[in-house]
Design a protein around this ligand. Sequence first.
Ligand code: ZN
Ligand code: ZN
Length: 574
Amino acid sequence: MKKLAGLCIIILCLGFKNQHLNKDVSFAHFKNRFILAYWKQNPMIATSAGFHNYDSLLPAYSENFRKQYRIFCHTYLDSLHKFDSEKLDASDQLDKTIMYNALTSQLFYQDTFKAWQWDPSVYNIGSALAEILQAHNLKPTEKHTCLMKRIWLIREYYEQAMDNIVNPTLEHIKIAIEQNEGTIAYLKGDFYSEMSRLEQVSYTAGFDLNLYIEVNAVEAIQNYILFLKDVQSKQKNKGKNFRIGKALYDRKFELDIQSNESAKEIYLKALKRKDEMHTKMTAITTQLWPKYFKEAQPKDSLKAIRQLIQKISLKHVSRDLFLQRITAQISQLSNFVKEKNLIYLDPDKPLMVRKTPAYMDGVAGASISAPGPYDKEAETFYNVSTLEKMSSGEAESYLREYNFYALQILNIHEAIPGHYVQLIYANQSPSLIKTLFSNGAMVEGWAVYSERMMLENGYGNNEPEMQLMYCKWHLRSVCNTILDYSVHVLNWDQEKANLLLTKEAFQQQTEANGKWRRVSLTQVQLCSYFSGYTEIYELRERLKQKGDFDQKAFHEKFLSFGSAPVKEIAKIME
Ligand code: ZN
Ligand code: ZN
């Protein structure tokens, strides 16, 4: 009986697939054509996606370039309109929507947002070179040829950049100088030594590699940095305001987040959520206070919460065991997910925990290194920063931040069932469009949702300490949204921002400083965590109310569409 049923399903699927192949074949061709054209237009993005046919190109961002890019976008938008959505299956309809949004975004960024005028940090060739060197689907001779050609174009690239810059913000000048100085250090160091090794393969007599890099790349970047320093000194304190204001913010939010709700609605929800967290934390603090303190609890409840968090943070792993503890937790988390039947985990794709490799170290923390869409079989790594280079004071503060409880939430977010699991599901969805234009709010929202979902299912045995740390962790996402909206739309200054982050979100001063830097350099991205989370959570609750709800099925179905906008997935699921 079982076998027969299985067979029926297979036959049905085949029948369905054939039908849909006939129906969508022209759209599939169209998508392929579009992606190839997109790579040709954006060779640097192509390199970083692992598509190496255009590695030898480095277009200067000139008026002419923008003119033909505008034509490219309009041409594909027009063609896209010709496909009748009703004749496409659900996955292709989603792709159509995503392509439409991507092309509309590109036009907005080029012609309205214009960061290419006021953000000098958009010009940097570091990763455009590094990603060719690191590619594992290229032969050494191919790498060498492409790199020599791309290096040749660097001077023109930066000359155009200097032509483009008009009234930049002081914040973006500063980061552009720092990052381009980093690129020079890379060119003279690791890049040069790896190129020398490649040079031995494609040796040409009398060629001076060092001089070639110096003249074409290093000097071009040095000129750019000098130009920026000159602008900096001429502008003194009168750079463009980095706050983008309501009109641009609302539009950028629509295009980047792609939510059913406006920026303001999400902001208001975040304010409400902050209050809920404070109420919950106050109750936990009153309950736990006598366990940790002899003296009376302070009347100011935010103060009391802060003191208790500091006390609980003292429970942490020792610095030598940091990596080991994370490795052990990954298998504990997998076991929990299986035991509670939360989502299917593919046993063939275990996550490899490793020390963050030197070339990408520098930002403390943990991150997932995933293979690109053209290299799916490559391994996925969980990079964990080692604390080797930290002084004992720095290490202690880091370990308190990622204390016994917070470290577990970090692993839920980054690995299981957060980013890592989402990524495996996304790779199984065969649409390149969804991978290339992945929706950041869906990706971050899933990780933030999975933290809450694990705790709801009893992870951490409902220990109040874990609940309190979860609230603190969650407040970070919530306050990211409040901060971003308040600074860019409501014109907040650093003092107000600082008060929110340290007093109401219980962050350390270093973390708050880092956040201020981030909000002054980016816009909207900080909203992606909370807005994505909210939409996923609300979708689940709506489906629950319809009855006949199965948690595992919901999670698997939700992730099966790839990294598409939550509102589009919701449309299909509802
Ligand atoms: Zn300690
Ligand atoms: Zn994340």
